[in-house]
Design a protein around this ligand. Structure first.
Ligand code: NDP
Length: 466
């Protein structure tokens, strides 16, 4: 396999989830591998995404938990939250995990190069700080994505992105977040739960576009129940900052002004991180938003250059990048060419309560199959019956009418991400509603509803026509 004409058999750019998995497996298969990382190993997920975000969700959730505990006889009279204590503990854990990524690479025999790498030819890579050129037989682009800002906005320099939220010097008193996607909804609830006055500004009417309608409504209502002020149908017009206090004023296109704001956050999507990588020099084709174009084996239009993870803008989730990285290693170095199947991937949104979802939304299923049966329920879980701080559970099964296969499951409520991981197996396996119902309930749980829903739900317009 080893070709003496090149310094390496594989050079990976980016030590995030996808790049690290691909590099380790390729090295274990006998390839000489180097991976370059301009920041710390771990990528978005570990350093500035899923991992620290989930710690923030946990931190935020305790506030409500203290109140709920009172319904069970506990007294929590003088609780308080100290941001620096939490922030430093969270970042220490992130440092530890990044160290594990480095060690795992070393243990697999991969050379980790702490430098920015750019392509300067089809097989040539320039290490920017070292100002050295190395060559590789295969190149893997695994540079991930980067958060967007509306760069044309007057005062954009006063706004931050999710990248900075994990390092704030102090907890803001008032935060304004732009966007209605995963990041905006998750962080709006994190900060509201930490007692911060929180406002979400979304340009359409209901957050989480692309998700099942019932999920969107439940999350939208959940945001409001958590105390988030949700302003819809408008966007930022201008941001100004008071030089003395550092406080900002956000002017909205609908004429509203949000004053005395400590932090303004853009959560308006992420772009593939391909700028300045030299991909044009190597002849690699990109799409209109800068994502690397690929075939089903994650190969670019150049025979020896591949890409995995968010930089490809397929399904931008950590476990998907990891699976794509493994498929790459099998294809190029394992003698087992295979693509990764991107169908029916379960995922979660860590709002409070969180979302768990797998398969098609009701709208997608009606479009794909015409007739579908819908089963849904919305209730207050037993845990909240003794508490004043309430939270609800929404569950929905989308069933293809012709063969009764469950093609989608959508949930909003406590533990939905944990439950959907297991339900994802059933949906991926193509099980039918009868097979769900043949499974005995686990009682008393919220998840038992998934195997006990009997009544079909008919949309009001169809019910009227019947
Ligand atoms: P999303 O693509 O989820 O959402 C972007 C939001 O910003 C949408 O509501 C969009 O509105 C809005 N928007 C886009 N452009 C503008 C603009 N110019 N002005 C105002 N609003 C705008 O992006 P996120 O940044 O939330 O997340 C990026 C990706 O990261 C996600 O797609 C996901 O793959 C990943 N992620 C996954 C998580 C998880 O699995 N739990 C958690 C966090 C991130 P509209 O609806 O109108 O398009």
């Amino acid at each position: 396999m080893t070709d003496p004409e090149f310094d390496y058999d594989l050079f990976t750019i980016g030590a995030g989830s996808g790049g690290v998995r691909a590099s380790r497996l390729s090295s274990l298969m006998g390839a000489r591998v180097a991976v370059a990382e301009e920041h710390r190993p771990g990528g978005t997920c570990v350093i500035r995404g899923c991992v620290p975000k989930k710690f923030m969700v946990y931190a935020s959730g305790y506030g409500k938990a203290f109140k709920q505990a009172e319904g069970y006889g506990w007294r929590a009279d003088s609780v308080s939250f100290d941001w620096p204590t939490f922030r430093d503990a969270m970042n220490a854990e992130v440092d530890r995990l990044s160290g594990i990524y480095s060690r795992n690479l070393a243990n697999a025999g991969v050379e980790l190069i702490h430098d920015r790498a750019e392509l300067v030819g089809p097989h040539q890579i320039r290490l920017v700080k070292e100002d050295r050129i190395v060559t590789a037989k295969h190149i893997l682009i695994a540079t991930g994505g980067a958060p967007n800002k509306d760069w044309s906005l007057d005062g954009v320099e006063h706004a931050i992105t999710s990248n900075e939220l994990f390092h704030l010097r102090k907890l803001p008193e008032h935060i304004v977040i732009a966007g209605g996607g995963y990041i905006a909804c998750e962080f709006a609830q994190v900060f509201a739960g930490l007692g911060v006055k929180t406002c979400l500004v979304y340009r359409r009417d209901t957050v989480l576009r692309g998700f099942d309608e019932d999920v969107r409504i439940a999350v939208h209502e959940g945001l409001k129940m958590s105390g988030v002020r949700v302003i819809t149908g408008t966007v930022f017009e201008k941001i100004t900052e008071d030089e003395k206090t550092g406080r900002k004023t956000v002017y909205l296109e609908n004429g509203d002004e949000l004053v005395d704001v400590d932090e303004v956050v853009f959560a308006i999507g992420r772009d593939p991180y391909t700028k300045g990588l030299g991909l044009e020099t190597a002849g690699v084709e990109l799409d209109e938003i800068g994502a690397v174009k690929l075939d089903e084996y994650s190969k670019t239009n150049i025979d020896h250059i591949y890409a995995v993870g968010d930089v490809t803008n397929r399904v931008n989730l950590t476990p998907v990048a990891i699976r794509e990285g493994a498929a790459f290693a099998d294809t190029v170095f394992g003698g087992k060419p295979r693509g990764y199947d991107h169908e029916t991937i379960a995922s979660a949104v860590f709002t409070q309560p969180p979302v768990g979802t797998v398969g098609l939304s009701e709208v997608e299923a009606r479009k794909a199959y015409g007739r579908v049966d819908i089963y849904k329920t919305n209730f207050t879980p037993m845990k909240y019956m003794l508490t004043e701080a309430r939270s609800r559970m929404m569950m929905k099964l989308v069933v293809r009418a012709e063969d009764q296969v469950v093609v989608g499951v959508h949930m909003v409520g406590d533990d939905s991400p944990e439950i959907i991981q297991a339900i994802g197996i059933a949906v991926k396996a193509g099980l039918t509603k009868d097979q769900f119902d043949a499974t005995c309930a686990v009682h008393p749980t919220v998840a038992e509803e998934l195997v006990t829903m009997r009544e079909k739900w008919t949309p009001p317009e169809l019910a009227a026509a019947e």
